[in-house]
Write a protein that binds this ligand. Structure first.
Ligand SMILES: Nc1ncnc2c1ncn2[C@@H]1O[C@H](COP(=O)(O)OP(=O)(O)O)[C@@H](O)[C@H]1O
Ligand SMILES: Cc1cn([C@H]2C[C@H](O)[C@@H](COP(=O)(O)O)O2)c(=O)[nH]c1=O
Ligand SMILES: [Zn+2]
Length: 196
């Protein structure tokens, strides 16, 4: 369990926390849990998500098990810097969809004394690092990797296997489009597809 440090309230010391994993691994649940605790501590919290993520709601971050928290959809990472003035905590979900500038924006907020909590996919459906996440992981003080349950064998899953043949990087979807898999199951399926 992640335990909060509260230096930012007294000394305005900021930092970056990153929560990564495959789809269905509990990233959004963990983000919402941390943000709700900050709200209970009466900290001023602002939450952002990329405007393209309208799967469950336009102005909420919603987890696969229906927890939700109000959020502001933004088009670019620069908008976050403009909108996050005078806050204690900034939460960002689906960070993989933001531009590469997100890492600099989070760094700047942390330097200003803000606690920044970012959640996103570390790998795309091909198993490659996704968008600004690697850079954010490098700059973060705290990185938490969470795991889903492999849909084929029940082990810990860290891959998001795309069920359709679409090959664009961004294809929004849920269980009809993706399944979380462990390394062994992902590699087996990938090798089978390659040899077809
Ligand atoms: N294969 C799976 N492994 C783990 N959780 C799953 C799985 N399929 C569905 N879930 C549900 O997804 C929830 C996590 O949702 P969420 O926090 O939105 O994940 P993420 O943001 O990482 O996609 C779990 O609490 C569980 O109810
Ligand atoms: C792997 C992968 C995922 N996506 C999309 C699919 C979903 O809409 C989101 C991830 O949501 P979650 O909260 O982590 O479950 O990303 C994509 O566009 N491209 C991919 O490669
Ligand atoms: Zn497996």
């Amino acid at each position: 369990m992640f335990l909060e440090n509260d230096i930012n309230r007294a000394g305005r010391q900021g930092w970056i926390e990153v929560i990564v994993g495959s789809m269905f691994s509990g990233k959004t649940e963990e983000l919402i849990r941390r943000l709700n605790r900050a709200k209970i501590a009466r900290q001023k919290v602002e939450i952002f998500k990329p405007h393209i993520d309208v799967r469950y709601s336009e102005d909420e971050v919603v987890s696969h098990n229906s927890n939700s928290i109000r959020s502001t959809p933004v088009e670019t990472s620069a908008n976050i810097l403009l909108l996050a003035s005078n806050v204690d905590v900034v939460g960002i979900d689906e960070a993989q969809f933001f531009d590469e500038g997100l890492s600099e924006v989070c760094n700047e907020l942390a330097n200003q004394g803000v606690r920044v909590i970012v959640a996103g996919l570390d790998m795309d459906f091909r198993g490659n690092p996704f968008g600004p996440i690697p850079s954010l992981m490098a700059r973060a003080e705290y990185v938490t990797k969470v795991h889903a349950v492999c849909m084929r064998c029940g082990s810990l899953a860290n891959y998001s296997h795309r069920l359709s043949e679409a090959d664009k990087l961004v294809v929004l979807g849920e269980k009809e489009e993706y399944e979380p898999l462990c390394r062994a199951c992902y590699t087996k399926i990938y090798n089978e597809t390659e040899t077809k």
